[in-house]
Design a protein around this ligand. Structure first.
Ligand code: DC
Length: 225
């Protein structure tokens, strides 16, 4: 197979990471979790106590710290200045503050470049995020937009292991996800919208295996064209 690029975008809790990593494993290509990149910059900014609303300061955070993203089978290991922060980027504080980093056009531009550079060194990638099909990889071979009802996404988030942001009260989780949806959809750069040529999958009533199989079938059909 030629170097394949599959993008999986969608709102928080839609199952992007789980699905993208499984699809990547089945195809023998690399899984890229771009949310981990925004989270790593958020953590660095918090550690340096910078003003999260200040574009210039945020840009410096990216330039003055060493970020390393090491893809694993079903996750991405993140190093910040040689310290493993894979778990620390999943705390509720980092999740809440990531909206400032995600809204910064300068940060987005640099992270999109890092994502493209990353893809160019791999045999193929399944990359997940919010803007992968629209901005980062507009020429991707297959673009998927994953959705699920707010109730279902909240339940899934609650059931995740605690070190991945799981647990908590369902009403509180719903409120948090609702707020994150609004921030993701309404920012001016790289907002959460399906690419025109994306295939939307509503996974509310689908299990993980069904979603993975559906995507693999779409990839297969694409390869026959
Ligand atoms: O998917 P996640 O919860 O790990 O994303 C963390 C943050 O990064 C969240 O605020 C959305 C943002 N994000 C983004 O703006 N663009 C991406 N491609 C990936 C994530």
């Amino acid at each position: 197979m030629a170097k394949i690029i599959i993008t999986i975008d969608g709102p928080a809790g839609s199952g992007k990471s789980t699905i993208a990593s499984l699809v990547a494993q089945r195809l023998g290509v690399t899984f890229l979790d771009t949310g981990a990149m925004y989270r790593a910059v958020t953590l660095a900014a918090m550690q340096q106590d910078v003003n999260l609303a200040d574009e210039e300061q945020l840009s410096n955070v990216l330039n003055q710290n060493a970020f390393e993203f090491v893809p694993q089978k079903d996750t991405i290991q993140v190093h910040l200045n040689d310290v493993d922060v894979t778990d620390s980027i999943r705390t509720p504080d980092v999740t809440a503050n990531s909206k400032f980093i995600a809204a910064s056009p300068k940060i987005r531009e640099k992270l999109v470049k890092m994502q493209r550079d990353f893809a160019s060194t791999r045999n193929g990638i399944v990359t997940e995020g919010r803007d992968q099909g629209t901005v980062a990889f507009p020429d991707a071979d297959v673009k998927i937009f994953l959705t699920a009802s707010l109730e279902e996404r909240s339940r899934r988030r609650q059931n995740q292991p605690q070190n991945q942001g799981g647990g908590g009260q369902i009403e509180q989780i719903k409120e948090t996800i609702n707020h994150r949806d609004a921030c993701d959809k309404n920012r001016s750069t790289g907002p959460l919208i399906p690419a025109e040529d994306a295939i939307t999958l509503d996974t509310t009533n689908m299990n993980i295996e069904q979603v993975v199989e559906t995507i693999l079938q779409i990839v297969e059909e694409k390869n026959q064209c």
